[in-house]
Design a protein around this ligand. Structure first.
Ligand SMILES: NC(=O)c1ccc[n+]([C@@H]2O[C@H](COP(=O)([O-])OP(=O)(O)OC[C@H]3O[C@@H](n4cnc5c(N)ncnc54)[C@H](O)[C@@H]3O)[C@@H](O)[C@H]2O)c1
Length: 277
């Protein structure tokens, strides 16, 4: 499917991988709805994208700002909330048929089963599952309903399609480390639900693909000391560095454009296989 002229909803769109993907899709001519928490940078980022879009569109002779064909909109929402996500989907549909969903909202709170402070509180485990897994599913189901209601698009090389849903797992889905039982479980489940949902939504001409990133240079990682970040980068066989958000965004864009990618989880990790810790 061609990206230009579509509407894309990106969760976690105010930061890191989600923000890079929003920028990539917006620059390729999609309207983007940035779904993120109310306290995030979503509003300012949407304004930045719109300003860049106006410059790209070229100012008319009278000097007034040009209006680009595509827009960026911030929809404050917690991905675990049914009404808030429904409102974000409605905001997307108000811009045109929703064709692209990228699920990037997530948290990586670590916690050992038996940590320094004792046994892991059950609510800590549940919170990670709730945001990373249940939140992703909440967005998928409400967005899929909106996508399925639209007419199929016939753009690009792939034939008629209604939409593409891209999820974000992690290499922790396969090589979870000590301290990651909740995170690995949530990401393993995102990987596991990719195929059944792709199989079901095939009849609606909607594809579902998951990206499992290795270690990427985002605010999530910036919380670690520089030394730890460098050490993680050196563990990547090639290229021996952290991944760049633009590299994730490029894969997301390719998934939209390549109609044969479906029901699959793609590792994007420079061949890293995480050790136990
Ligand atoms: N950075 C990495 O190395 C890496 C590796 C593997 C997987 N991932 C996954 O990629 C995704 C994006 O991570 P990132 O590195 O860009 O992190 P990030 O912290 O930069 O961005 C995550 C965004 O999600 C938002 N968010 C968190 N909880 C939310 C909620 N309940 N509702 C709505 N928005 C919420 C945050 O406000 C933030 O803007 C996450 O799912 C993460 O688990 C990241």
């Amino acid at each position: 499917m061609d990206i230009k002229g579509t509407v894309a909803l990106i969760t976690g769109g105010a930061s890191g991988l989600g923000a890079a993907t929003a920028r990539r899709l917006f620059d390729a001519g999609a309207s983007v709805v940035l779904v993120d928490l109310p306290g995030s940078a979503g509003e300012a980022f949407a304004a930045e994208l719109n300003a860049a879009g106006r410059v790209r569109a070229g100012a008319p002779g009278d000097g007034s700002p040009a209006e680009p064909a595509n827009k960026a909109v911030f929809a404050a929402a917690d991905v675990t909330s049914e009404p808030e996500v429904q409102a974000a989907v409605d905001a997307a549909v108000a811009l045109g048929p929703l064709r692209i969903v990228v699920n990037c909202a997530g948290i990586a709170t670590p916690g050992k089963v038996l940590g320094r402070d004792g046994v892991l509180p059950l609510e800590n485990f549940s919170r990670v599952i709730q945001i990373n897994l249940v939140g992703t599913f909440n967005v998928i189901r409400l967005a899929a309903a909106a996508m399925a209601a639209a007419e199929p698009a016939v753009t690009g090389l792939g034939g008629p399609e209604r939409g593409v849903i891209i999820n974000t797992a992690s290499v922790a889905a396969f090589d979870g480390q000590i301290g990651q039982p909740a995170y690995a479980a949530s990401k393993g489940a995102v990987h596991a639900m990719t195929l059944p949902i792709a199989r079901e939504l095939a009849r609606s001409l909607i594809r579902v693909v998951t990206i499992a990133p290795g270690i990427f240079e985002t605010p999530m990682m910036a919380g670690l000391p520089q030394e730890a970040q460098d050490s993680l980068g050196h563990q990547v066989p090639h290229p021996s560095r952290l991944g760049r958000p633009a590299e994730y965004a490029n894969l997301a864009a390719h998934i939209v454009e390549n109609a044969m990618l479906n029901g699959e989880t793609i590792r994007l990790d420079g061949a890293i296989r995480m050790g136990p810790k």
